[in-house]
Design a protein around this ligand. Structure first.
Ligand code: ACM
Length: 692
């Protein structure tokens, strides 16, 4: 999202029907679409037979393994037991000849500190007797275990896996997820369950945005005022940060800390004004935006301070990269400070951007001294920096190509801002290296992958999961799977299954919003509200920002917080409408038509109740306009279906009136928007054309 603030400025229980002997690269053939893998592996060959998972099942190692792998296998057995029941939680100790066994053959543990070049490949061969998971490193084996779990299906109360051979490796080595914990703090248990979700998605970098204007969240023993004065008591102790790093490593995930500088540093300057450009910060700003608060690059004390701080944090975070932020530094405080303005003149630095580049150049040897490479948002792109820094492209995709053209390594984030509230499909189709890229083969190699970004102005621990999941799975597939895997319909089919897997693993993206809606409605069974909630989604970050100035203290408990982005009804209604329109000559109502009729009738039914509740309860007042509109849209849908079914042409003027209603309903109200309007428009237009 360009310039965030300037605007206001199966679980199928069927036995898989799999044609055998097929090798599938990238796009799944129809015959094996029944598999629920996400992300899709690079290659699958199917065979006959199934491996039954029952009380005889064991899993164990063929060869060496370390404690990380042992723990990973214990977790696999635990999850297998939860899904299938009756699984012994003991690891197999025998030779390779036993039946009903998952054998892991792992050549070595991988990097002591996982690097960008870690070998993450694995192969998984399943026959009716045996599953063998081969990997060069623990990390590859950990990914393969997730694939193993996703292959399980249940029929007649029996768990089994299809006979397949999978050869798999990620397309991109950097598959990240960024979480802002400054604007709203997220406790350690939220971080851990997020990492659990990342492991299922085969993501491998947790980018932890630990400081921003609204709070400094990392304990420093050298600089204790960071958390004493500038965290509101909400921060991670050093032990907790180490615990998160270990938790992530156990799941094949690197942790890259971000300490945003030289802008977005109100929290720094509240604690240590002596390294600032002179702004008088008296309290943490609760209002979001770009406050005037910058570190002072003209002061040697600033770099001495940073040397000590980076050194301390480097002992906690072993990753090769240290994210210095670098975004949205307007530099107004620099220009307004005569001493800094004089310094710029002396150094021939004409603009704040030049001074920021100077700051970054000074930071480089400090990072290098502590064994770190620099990473930053795309504002840090500057020809005077070494080419092995990582540029994180967020202000549009062009900045990624620009950095690759100049020889810098980079990752893409611009299309993956979750708070833009785009659909899974839109984000899925955005590719760090699209098929029509103009970059040369060498330049393409500089693009390491991408990161999903979750900023925290409009989320809190109650709502974070529903903003992140399941959409992040779709993006994770873009980072892992082949460029040619672009079947959106099949992606959504698998996303529904994997979404349940995530909830089962402890994420609350389904149960959390359900709980919020029960509270909002004040009843254990808010069935009426559920009808509305299933067909609306939050407006984008900037629309919400304009409509409701949340700040760090606002409670996030409105309708917008209790509904989910891209709810399943969006694609379901579109599919049902397409099916109805594809069978114009059918005299019998199709299943799709019956579904639609049921939906439209429910909209009509709940509309008066929702409207009454909106008038009665201030907490539900966001619903008022939408409630009226939902009823009208239900009536419209039923009329359109009747016209189509009876093949009558709608009365003159009907279509124009309906389109006007659809357009009015397209304007968000109460910070939410309907998700089915394009499909409704299509239905209305078809009905208006039905022959007499
Ligand atoms: C950013 O969104 N300011 C990196």
């Amino acid at each position: 999202m360009k310039q965030r603030y300037v605007t206001v400025l199966c679980f199928s229980v069927l036995l898989p029907i799999i044609l055998t002997g097929q090798t599938v690269n990238a796009q799944p053939a129809n015959s094996i679409q029944i598999l629920n893998l996400m992300p899709l592996p690079q290659s699958i060959t199917t065979d006959t037979g199934i491996l039954v998972i029952d009380a005889r099942f064991y899993a164990g190692f063929d060869g060496t393994h370390d404690s990380r792998l042992n723990a990973a296998l214990d977790r696999l057995l635990h999850r297998l037991d939860r899904e299938c029941g009756g699984i012994r939680r003991a690891q197999y100790e025998g030779g390779a000849s036993a039946a009903n066994v998952l054998l892991l053959k792992v050549a070595g543990p991988g990097g002591v500190v996982q690097g960008v070049d870690e070998d993450e490949s694995y192969s998984l061969t399943i026959t009716a007797q045996l599953a063998v998971l081969d990997a060069a490193t623990d990390v590859g084996a950990i990914h393969g275990m997730e694939t193993f779990l996703q292959l399980i299906t249940t029929s007649n109360g029996e768990c089994h896996l299809p006979a397949v051979t999978i050869n798999d490796a990620p397309r991109f080595p950097w598959r990240g997820f960024m979480l802002d914990v400054s604007r709203h703090f997220e406790p350690v248990d939220v971080i851990k369950r997020t990492i659990d979700g990342m492991a299922i998605a085969k993501l491998n970098v947790f980018h932890w945005h630990l400081s921003d204007d609204q709070g400094f969240r990392a304990e420093s023993k050298k600089f204790p005022r960071f958390t004493e004065a500038a965290s509101g008591g909400m921060f991670y102790t050093q032990d907790q940060m180490r615990e998160v790093v270990a938790y992530a490593r156990a799941r094949g995930i690197r942790v890259v800390p971000e300490f945003d500088m030289p802008g977005h540093t109100s929290s720094w300057l509240l604690a240590y004004p002596e390294i600032g450009a002179g702004e008088d910060i008296r309290a943490l700003p609760t209002v979001f935006g770009i406050p005037q608060a910058e570190l002072d690059p003209s002061n040697e004390k600033t770099f001495k301070f940073l040397d000590t701080f980076v050194g301390e944090m480097s002992e906690i975070f072993p990753d090769a990269y240290f994210h210095i932020g670098g975004d949205e530094t307007a530099g107004k405080g620099w220009i307004e400070n005569p001493r800094i303005a004089e310094f710029m003149k002396k150094q021939s630095l004409k603009t704040p951007a030049d001074l920021q580049a100077y700051f970054n150049r000074r930071l480089l040897p400090i990072l290098a001294k502590h064994g770190k490479k620099m990473m930053g948002w795309d504002e840090i792109l500057n020809p005077e920096l070494p080419r092995d820094i990582v540029i994180q492209s967020w202000r549009g995709e062009a900045s990624l190509s620009q950095s690759a053209e100049q020889g810098f390594t980079g990752i893409l984030s611009a299309p993956y801002y979750l708070d833009a509230q785009k659909t899974s499909a839109e984000m899925y189709l955005a590719d760090p290296v699209p098929a029509n890229t103009k970059l040369t083969a060498d330049q393409q190699k500089l693009i390491l992958g991408g990161e999903v970004c979750m900023w925290a102005e409009q989320i809190d621990p109650e709502t974070v999961d529903s903003r992140v999941w399941p959409r992040t799975l779709a993006i994770a597939e873009r980072f892992w799977s082949a460029q040619s895997d672009r079947n959106v319909e099949d992606m959504y089919r698998r996303l529904r299954v994997a979404s349940l897997e995530l909830e089962d693993a402890g994420l609350t993206h389904i149960s959390g919003p359900e709980r919020l809606r029960r509270n909002l409605w004040g009843s254990a069974n808010p069935e009426v509200l559920e009808v509305m909630a299933s067909v609306v989604e939050p407006v984008s970050f900037s629309d919400r920002y304009q409509g409701q100035h949340t700040d760090a203290l606002s409670s996030l408990d409105r309708l917008v917080d209790a509904v989910v982005p891209d709810p399943p009804a969006r694609v379901e209604i579109a599919r049902e409408v397409n099916e109805v329109l594809a069978h114009p000559d059918s005299d019998d109502a199709t299943a799709a038509e019956l579904e639609l009729r049921g939906r439209f009738a429910a909209w009509q039914r709940v509309s008066p109740e929702l409207e009454a509740a909106a008038l009665r309860s201030p907490r539900l007042s966001d619903l008022e306009m939408m409630a009226k509109q939902l009823g009208a849209l239900g009536t419209m849908g039923l009329e359109a279906l009747a016209d189509l079914h009876l093949r009558t042409r709608a009365q003159a003027g009907w279509k124009d009136a309906q389109i006007a209603t659809i357009e009015a309903a397209g304007k968000p109200s109460g910070l939410v928007r309907f998700v089915f309007l394009p499909a409704m428009r299509k239905l209305v237009e078809a009905a208006a054309m039905a022959p007499n």
